[in-house]
Design a protein around this ligand. Structure first.
Ligand SMILES: NC(=O)c1ccc[n+]([C@@H]2O[C@H](COP(=O)([O-])OP(=O)(O)OC[C@H]3O[C@@H](n4cnc5c(N)ncnc54)[C@H](OP(=O)(O)O)[C@@H]3O)[C@@H](O)[C@H]2O)c1
Length: 399
């Protein structure tokens, strides 16, 4: 069916690449291009016996010309950006210059300000329309599946959705006192930033980790959840008709929060460069270098994740509640693709987003979030590729 250029070869990319190779009828050929080529070659060696043809390349995706060159030589139908949010704009520029479709899992964030917003990427809408190419933004789990779940709830279960609580629980235990489940720099920037929620037409900012609840999750039990700012709230606030409130919650253990507090207190989570032994270093980047690599957590992590959306609203004049969620087992993911569930739950939807473009099911020129497309074909593929969803019509609500 088609060719995909996959940029990045970390935890999430590794899962997406495994899944593209399992889905070789759609992904005939892939090129894995990343900063450290040896990682791409090692993965190619592991997957070389499958039907998907694999090429590898060294690429600095901060450099638009390098991305253009690789697109011109490989001629992919879609670029799947699984590097870091800092590279979103250079890669989108290259897609524009070469008229190539684009998918990513995280919105652009300037390296020197921990503030992620869609405005930079939405600004490409007209130019992508004119070029006749599609960009699907945020095709991971959250953002990603949470937007698809929202579009599905809106299409099949509600006339109007009034409240949405996105709840992301990870009950996995990796046995380390402190580690992050995806890129530590991006993860720590996200959780140390101010929280926010959407209510009655505006976003309300909160102090980091200042709003806490307890939620009893299907299959993993009671967990502390904390309100965070999260990027999909920005697009869902626009795309869900009649929405009055959106909140995003994530589980954190007391141990994780205590470590984070100490690291923050001593300045290790700062993104302001400091002078150290005659050179400039960013404390958070140094911290990343000493923390366990998320890709190494796979064999050690036991337990499950549960990520989902709880909706309330109106259907046929009556009040209705609805909960859509996926439960994913860390050890099963490791057995299948050699990664833990946080990488798995992001890499699978990234592959499916690219599949939606290659099969023409999600193709409209412009720059879109996942909830702007028909959710049904994506929901079917989730069941097929390892992220089956479950629903409840009488969920516990969060006060
Ligand atoms: N939507 C969701 O649900 C969700 C959830 C988790 C993560 N994410 C996103 O997924 C993305 C990947 O996360 P991850 O955990 O896989 O991170 P990771 O393990 O750190 O992998 C990032 C990869 O990108 C490569 N890279 C970094 N800068 C590059 C550059 N300038 N040019 C080329 N390659 C570059 C890295 O190369 P090296 O190997 O040389 O370091 C590494 O292979 C991030 O954007 C993250 O925010 C989304």
């Amino acid at each position: 069916m088609g060719k995909a250029l996959i940029i990045g070869c970390g935890g999430v990319a590794s899962v997406a690449i495994h899944k593209c190779c399992q889905n070789s009828e759609i992904f005939n050929e892939i090129c894995i291009a990343s900063r450290t080529k040896s990682k791409c070659d090692a993965l190619k060696e592991k997957l070389k016996d499958g039907k998907t043809k694999i090429l590898t390349a060294a690429l600095d995706a901060d450099n638009t010309d390098e991305v253009i060159n690789i697109i011109n030589s490989f001629k992919p139908d879609v670029v799947i950006n699984l590097a870091l949010p800092y590279q979103d704009l250079t890669i989108m520029e290259a897609c524009l210059a070469t008229k190539t479709n684009y998918v990513d899992t995280a919105n652009y964030e300037p390296p020197d300000t921990a503030k992620f917003e869609y405005k930079w990427q939405w600004a490409y809408k007209e130019r992508f329309e004119k070029a006749g190419i599609t960009a699907v933004l945020g095709s991971g789990f959250d953002p990603g599946v949470t937007g698809v779940f929202s579009a599905y709830a809106q299409k099949h279960h509600f006339d109007e959705i009034h409240t949405l609580d996105i709840v992301d629980a990870n009950a996995g235990d990796h046995g380390y006192p402190f580690a992050t489940n995806f890129n530590p720099e991006i993860n720590i920037r996200e959780v140390t930033a101010k929280g926010s929620y959407f209510e009655n037409g505006r976003f309300i900012e909160t102090e980091p980790m200042s709003i806490k609840r307890v939620y009893d999750f299907p299959q993993i039990g009671k967990k502390d959840i904390y309100l965070l700012h999260h990027e999909e709230m920005e697009s869902l606030a626009i795309n869900l008709k009649g929405i009055k409130r959106i909140r995003f919650w994530m589980t954190f253990s007391e141990k994780y929060l205590n470590h984070l507090q100490v690291l923050q207190n001593v300045g290790m989570t700062s993104i302001k460069p400091i002078e150290f032994e005659g050179r400039q270093i960013v404390p958070l980047q140094f911290l990343k270098a000493v923390l366990p690599d998320p890709a190494s957590l796979g064999p050690r992590t036991k337990g499950k994740t549960n990520i989902g959306c709880i909706f309330t609203g109106i259907k046929d004049g009556k009040e209705k509640k609805y909960y859509l969620y996926n439960v994913c087992d860390h050890q099963q993911c490791y057995k299948e693709v050699g990664s833990q569930a946080v990488s798995y739950t992001t890499g699978v939807p990234a592959m499916i987003g690219a599949q939606m473009i290659l099969t023409g099911k999600w193709k409209k020129p412009g720059v879109y979030n996942v909830e702007n497309f028909d959710p049904d074909p994506f929901m079917q593929e989730l069941n097929k590729w390892g992220l089956p969803w479950q629903e409840s019509f009488d969920p516990q609500l969060i006060d």
